[in-house]
Design a protein around this ligand. Structure first.
Ligand SMILES: [Zn+2]
Length: 301
Protein backbone atom coordinates (compact mmCIF):
# COMPACT_ATOMS: atom_id res chain seq x y z
CA UNK A 1 0.00 0.00 0.00
CA UNK A 2 1.03 3.62 -0.45
CA UNK A 3 2.72 5.80 2.14
CA UNK A 4 -0.42 7.93 2.34
CA UNK A 5 -2.63 4.87 2.85
CA UNK A 6 -0.40 3.60 5.65
CA UNK A 7 -0.35 7.00 7.37
CA UNK A 8 -4.16 7.02 7.32
CA UNK A 9 -4.33 3.46 8.66
CA UNK A 10 -2.10 4.53 11.54
CA UNK A 11 -4.36 7.48 12.35
CA UNK A 12 -7.47 5.29 12.18
CA UNK A 13 -6.01 2.96 14.78
CA UNK A 14 -5.68 5.72 17.38
CA UNK A 15 -7.72 5.06 20.47
CA UNK A 16 -10.51 7.52 21.00
CA UNK A 17 -9.51 10.44 23.17
CA UNK A 18 -11.67 13.00 24.87
CA UNK A 19 -15.17 13.45 23.52
CA UNK A 20 -14.39 17.06 22.53
CA UNK A 21 -11.64 15.73 20.22
CA UNK A 22 -13.82 12.97 18.79
CA UNK A 23 -16.34 15.59 17.81
CA UNK A 24 -13.62 17.78 16.29
CA UNK A 25 -12.19 14.88 14.26
CA UNK A 26 -15.66 13.92 13.05
CA UNK A 27 -16.25 17.55 12.04
CA UNK A 28 -13.04 17.61 10.00
CA UNK A 29 -13.99 14.33 8.31
CA UNK A 30 -17.47 15.46 7.25
CA UNK A 31 -16.88 19.17 6.59
CA UNK A 32 -14.08 18.48 4.06
CA UNK A 33 -15.75 15.51 2.40
CA UNK A 34 -17.59 15.42 -0.92
CA UNK A 35 -20.76 17.14 0.36
CA UNK A 36 -21.81 18.71 3.63
CA UNK A 37 -25.22 20.24 3.03
CA UNK A 38 -28.93 19.58 3.52
CA UNK A 39 -29.03 17.90 0.08
CA UNK A 40 -26.23 15.48 0.84
CA UNK A 41 -23.80 14.52 3.55
CA UNK A 42 -21.37 12.29 1.71
CA UNK A 43 -17.81 11.13 2.17
CA UNK A 44 -16.12 9.00 -0.51
CA UNK A 45 -12.89 7.20 0.30
CA UNK A 46 -10.79 4.29 -0.92
CA UNK A 47 -9.84 3.53 2.63
CA UNK A 48 -12.15 1.14 4.50
CA UNK A 49 -10.80 2.16 7.92
CA UNK A 50 -11.47 5.83 7.19
CA UNK A 51 -15.05 5.03 6.19
CA UNK A 52 -15.57 2.93 9.29
CA UNK A 53 -14.05 5.51 11.63
CA UNK A 54 -16.06 8.37 10.09
CA UNK A 55 -19.30 6.38 10.35
CA UNK A 56 -18.66 5.46 13.97
CA UNK A 57 -17.73 9.00 15.00
CA UNK A 58 -20.69 10.49 13.11
CA UNK A 59 -23.20 8.12 14.67
CA UNK A 60 -21.69 8.64 18.10
CA UNK A 61 -21.43 12.44 18.07
CA UNK A 62 -24.57 13.35 16.10
CA UNK A 63 -26.92 10.42 16.74
CA UNK A 64 -27.77 10.30 13.02
CA UNK A 65 -28.16 7.06 11.07
CA UNK A 66 -25.20 6.73 8.78
CA UNK A 67 -24.73 4.19 5.96
CA UNK A 68 -21.55 2.97 4.34
CA UNK A 69 -21.73 1.51 0.84
CA UNK A 70 -18.95 -0.42 -0.76
CA UNK A 71 -18.29 -0.44 -4.48
CA UNK A 72 -15.73 -2.96 -5.66
CA UNK A 73 -14.35 -2.64 -9.14
CA UNK A 74 -11.57 -4.50 -10.89
CA UNK A 75 -8.59 -2.91 -9.15
CA UNK A 76 -9.94 -0.75 -6.37
CA UNK A 77 -12.66 -0.53 -3.80
CA UNK A 78 -14.43 2.64 -2.85
CA UNK A 79 -16.48 3.34 0.23
CA UNK A 80 -19.23 5.91 0.39
CA UNK A 81 -20.53 7.17 3.68
CA UNK A 82 -23.91 8.85 3.41
CA UNK A 83 -26.83 10.04 5.49
CA UNK A 84 -30.01 9.00 3.69
CA UNK A 85 -32.73 10.85 5.60
CA UNK A 86 -32.99 14.61 5.29
CA UNK A 87 -33.97 14.93 8.95
CA UNK A 88 -30.79 13.07 9.89
CA UNK A 89 -28.70 15.27 7.62
CA UNK A 90 -30.17 18.28 9.35
CA UNK A 91 -29.30 16.66 12.67
CA UNK A 92 -25.66 16.22 11.57
CA UNK A 93 -25.39 19.80 10.34
CA UNK A 94 -26.90 21.34 13.45
CA UNK A 95 -24.68 19.22 15.69
CA UNK A 96 -21.80 21.23 14.23
CA UNK A 97 -23.62 24.56 14.17
CA UNK A 98 -24.27 24.60 10.42
CA UNK A 99 -27.60 25.37 8.77
CA UNK A 100 -26.87 23.64 5.46
CA UNK A 101 -27.88 26.84 3.64
CA UNK A 102 -24.41 28.40 3.57
CA UNK A 103 -23.27 29.52 0.13
CA UNK A 104 -19.65 28.92 1.02
CA UNK A 105 -18.58 26.61 3.83
CA UNK A 106 -16.33 27.95 6.56
CA UNK A 107 -14.80 26.29 9.61
CA UNK A 108 -17.02 26.85 12.64
CA UNK A 109 -14.38 27.31 15.31
CA UNK A 110 -16.94 26.63 18.05
CA UNK A 111 -16.39 22.92 17.24
CA UNK A 112 -12.75 23.20 18.28
CA UNK A 113 -13.60 23.86 21.89
CA UNK A 114 -10.27 23.20 23.53
CA UNK A 115 -6.63 23.43 22.46
CA UNK A 116 -6.49 19.65 22.21
CA UNK A 117 -9.18 19.64 19.49
CA UNK A 118 -7.19 21.33 16.72
CA UNK A 119 -4.96 18.30 16.11
CA UNK A 120 -7.99 16.00 16.04
CA UNK A 121 -9.79 18.31 13.60
CA UNK A 122 -6.79 18.45 11.25
CA UNK A 123 -6.52 14.66 11.41
CA UNK A 124 -10.17 14.45 10.34
CA UNK A 125 -9.49 16.87 7.48
CA UNK A 126 -6.47 14.87 6.33
CA UNK A 127 -8.35 11.56 6.51
CA UNK A 128 -11.15 13.10 4.48
CA UNK A 129 -9.41 15.01 1.70
CA UNK A 130 -5.66 14.66 2.20
CA UNK A 131 -2.77 12.75 0.67
CA UNK A 132 0.92 12.64 1.42
CA UNK A 133 3.45 11.72 -1.27
CA UNK A 134 5.88 8.84 -0.81
CA UNK A 135 9.01 10.48 0.68
CA UNK A 136 11.17 8.48 -1.74
CA UNK A 137 9.69 10.67 -4.49
CA UNK A 138 8.91 14.05 -2.91
CA UNK A 139 8.07 15.82 0.33
CA UNK A 140 4.53 16.95 -0.37
CA UNK A 141 1.31 16.82 1.64
CA UNK A 142 -1.94 18.24 0.31
CA UNK A 143 -5.58 18.76 1.23
CA UNK A 144 -8.05 19.16 -1.63
CA UNK A 145 -10.99 21.39 -0.67
CA UNK A 146 -14.09 22.40 -2.58
CA UNK A 147 -14.32 26.02 -1.35
CA UNK A 148 -11.86 28.89 -1.26
CA UNK A 149 -12.99 30.14 2.16
CA UNK A 150 -12.78 26.67 3.66
CA UNK A 151 -9.26 26.31 2.26
CA UNK A 152 -8.28 29.68 3.73
CA UNK A 153 -9.72 28.80 7.15
CA UNK A 154 -7.73 25.56 7.19
CA UNK A 155 -4.60 27.44 6.13
CA UNK A 156 -4.96 29.74 9.14
CA UNK A 157 -5.30 26.73 11.44
CA UNK A 158 -2.11 25.30 9.90
CA UNK A 159 -0.34 28.60 10.61
CA UNK A 160 -1.35 29.41 14.15
CA UNK A 161 0.58 27.87 17.02
CA UNK A 162 2.98 25.66 15.07
CA UNK A 163 3.41 27.20 11.62
CA UNK A 164 3.46 24.43 8.99
CA UNK A 165 3.87 27.02 6.20
CA UNK A 166 0.90 25.98 4.07
CA UNK A 167 0.42 27.35 0.55
CA UNK A 168 -2.65 27.44 -1.66
CA UNK A 169 -3.11 26.63 -5.34
CA UNK A 170 -6.19 26.33 -7.53
CA UNK A 171 -6.26 23.04 -9.42
CA UNK A 172 -9.12 22.31 -11.83
CA UNK A 173 -11.62 24.28 -9.76
CA UNK A 174 -10.53 22.75 -6.44
CA UNK A 175 -8.54 24.58 -3.77
CA UNK A 176 -5.41 22.70 -2.83
CA UNK A 177 -3.68 23.53 0.44
CA UNK A 178 -0.20 22.02 0.36
CA UNK A 179 2.86 21.74 2.54
CA UNK A 180 6.41 21.12 1.31
CA UNK A 181 9.53 20.05 3.18
CA UNK A 182 10.38 16.85 5.01
CA UNK A 183 10.63 18.46 8.46
CA UNK A 184 7.29 20.22 8.27
CA UNK A 185 5.48 17.18 6.92
CA UNK A 186 7.00 14.91 9.57
CA UNK A 187 5.95 17.42 12.25
CA UNK A 188 2.41 17.63 10.90
CA UNK A 189 2.08 13.84 10.63
CA UNK A 190 3.22 13.52 14.24
CA UNK A 191 0.83 16.28 15.27
CA UNK A 192 -2.06 14.46 13.59
CA UNK A 193 -1.15 11.21 15.34
CA UNK A 194 0.89 9.37 12.69
CA UNK A 195 4.25 9.25 14.50
CA UNK A 196 5.18 6.01 12.74
CA UNK A 197 4.73 7.53 9.28
CA UNK A 198 6.72 10.59 10.40
CA UNK A 199 9.55 8.32 11.57
CA UNK A 200 9.56 6.48 8.26
CA UNK A 201 9.75 9.78 6.39
CA UNK A 202 12.76 10.87 8.45
CA UNK A 203 14.51 7.55 7.85
CA UNK A 204 14.00 7.80 4.09
CA UNK A 205 15.36 11.32 4.21
CA UNK A 206 18.42 10.26 6.17
CA UNK A 207 19.18 7.46 3.71
CA UNK A 208 18.83 9.89 0.81
CA UNK A 209 21.28 12.28 2.45
CA UNK A 210 23.83 9.55 3.07
CA UNK A 211 23.51 8.42 -0.54
CA UNK A 212 23.97 11.99 -1.82
CA UNK A 213 27.04 12.47 0.34
CA UNK A 214 28.59 9.27 -0.99
CA UNK A 215 27.91 10.36 -4.56
CA UNK A 216 29.37 13.80 -3.93
CA UNK A 217 32.50 12.25 -2.44
CA UNK A 218 32.90 9.79 -5.29
CA UNK A 219 32.53 12.57 -7.85
CA UNK A 220 35.12 14.63 -6.02
CA UNK A 221 37.62 11.76 -5.92
CA UNK A 222 37.06 10.93 -9.58
CA UNK A 223 37.67 14.56 -10.49
CA UNK A 224 40.94 14.54 -8.53
CA UNK A 225 42.13 11.35 -10.20
CA UNK A 226 41.30 12.88 -13.59
CA UNK A 227 43.35 15.92 -12.67
CA UNK A 228 46.36 13.79 -11.65
CA UNK A 229 46.15 11.68 -14.80
CA UNK A 230 45.76 14.76 -17.03
CA UNK A 231 48.86 16.38 -15.51
CA UNK A 232 50.86 13.18 -15.79
CA UNK A 233 49.99 12.79 -19.47
CA UNK A 234 51.26 16.31 -20.20
CA UNK A 235 54.48 15.65 -18.25
CA UNK A 236 55.14 12.37 -20.04
CA UNK A 237 54.56 13.99 -23.44
CA UNK A 238 57.04 16.75 -22.59
CA UNK A 239 59.66 14.28 -21.38
CA UNK A 240 59.27 12.09 -24.48
CA UNK A 241 59.71 15.14 -26.68
CA UNK A 242 63.02 15.97 -24.95
CA UNK A 243 64.15 12.31 -25.10
CA UNK A 244 63.34 12.01 -28.80
CA UNK A 245 64.98 15.28 -29.83
CA UNK A 246 68.01 16.30 -27.78
CA UNK A 247 67.99 13.26 -25.43
CA UNK A 248 67.63 13.13 -21.65
CA UNK A 249 71.43 13.06 -21.18
CA UNK A 250 71.73 16.78 -21.83
CA UNK A 251 69.54 17.56 -18.81
CA UNK A 252 71.00 18.46 -15.41
CA UNK A 253 71.21 15.46 -13.09
CA UNK A 254 68.11 16.27 -10.97
CA UNK A 255 65.92 16.83 -14.06
CA UNK A 256 67.17 13.67 -15.75
CA UNK A 257 66.32 11.60 -12.67
CA UNK A 258 62.86 13.23 -12.51
CA UNK A 259 62.23 12.55 -16.21
CA UNK A 260 63.22 8.90 -15.96
CA UNK A 261 61.14 8.27 -12.84
CA UNK A 262 58.09 9.92 -14.38
CA UNK A 263 58.38 7.89 -17.59
CA UNK A 264 58.56 4.70 -15.54
CA UNK A 265 55.74 5.68 -13.16
CA UNK A 266 53.16 7.75 -15.00
CA UNK A 267 50.37 6.71 -12.59
CA UNK A 268 51.98 7.95 -9.35
CA UNK A 269 51.06 11.15 -7.55
CA UNK A 270 53.78 13.76 -7.05
CA UNK A 271 54.17 12.78 -3.42
CA UNK A 272 54.61 9.10 -4.29
CA UNK A 273 57.02 9.95 -7.09
CA UNK A 274 59.10 12.05 -4.67
CA UNK A 275 59.70 8.95 -2.52
CA UNK A 276 61.44 7.16 -5.40
CA UNK A 277 64.32 9.63 -5.73
CA UNK A 278 67.74 8.63 -4.42
CA UNK A 279 67.35 11.47 -1.99
CA UNK A 280 63.57 11.79 -1.49
CA UNK A 281 62.06 15.01 -2.80
CA UNK A 282 59.00 16.83 -1.48
CA UNK A 283 55.75 17.11 -3.46
CA UNK A 284 56.44 20.73 -4.34
CA UNK A 285 60.02 19.88 -5.24
CA UNK A 286 58.84 17.23 -7.72
CA UNK A 287 56.25 19.65 -9.05
CA UNK A 288 58.89 22.31 -9.61
CA UNK A 289 61.17 19.91 -11.53
CA UNK A 290 58.36 18.63 -13.71
CA UNK A 291 57.39 22.22 -14.57
CA UNK A 292 60.95 22.91 -15.62
CA UNK A 293 60.85 19.80 -17.84
CA UNK A 294 57.66 21.06 -19.50
CA UNK A 295 59.33 24.46 -20.06
CA UNK A 296 62.38 22.78 -21.56
CA UNK A 297 60.12 20.85 -23.94
CA UNK A 298 58.28 24.02 -24.92
CA UNK A 299 61.57 25.75 -25.67
CA UNK A 300 62.53 23.02 -28.11
CA UNK A 301 61.69 23.98 -31.66
ZN1 LIG B 1 -10.36 18.14 22.51
Amino acid sequence: MSFSYDAKSEMCKLESEQSCCEKAECYGLLLCAKSFSLQAVTLVTEHSLVARRAAQLAAQTTGAIVDVRTAVSFHRSSYTLLVQEESHRSQVLSAFGHSGQEISLRVNLANLENDCCKAAFLRGVFLSCGTVTDPNKDYHLELILPYMNLAKDIMSLLREGIDFHPALVNRKGAFVVYIKGGDRIADLLTYMGAGGAAMELMQVRMLKEVRNNVNRKTNFETANIDKTVGASVRQVEAIEKIRDTVGLEVLPEELRETAELRLENPELSLRELGQLFQIPVSRSGVNHRLRRLIEEAENLK
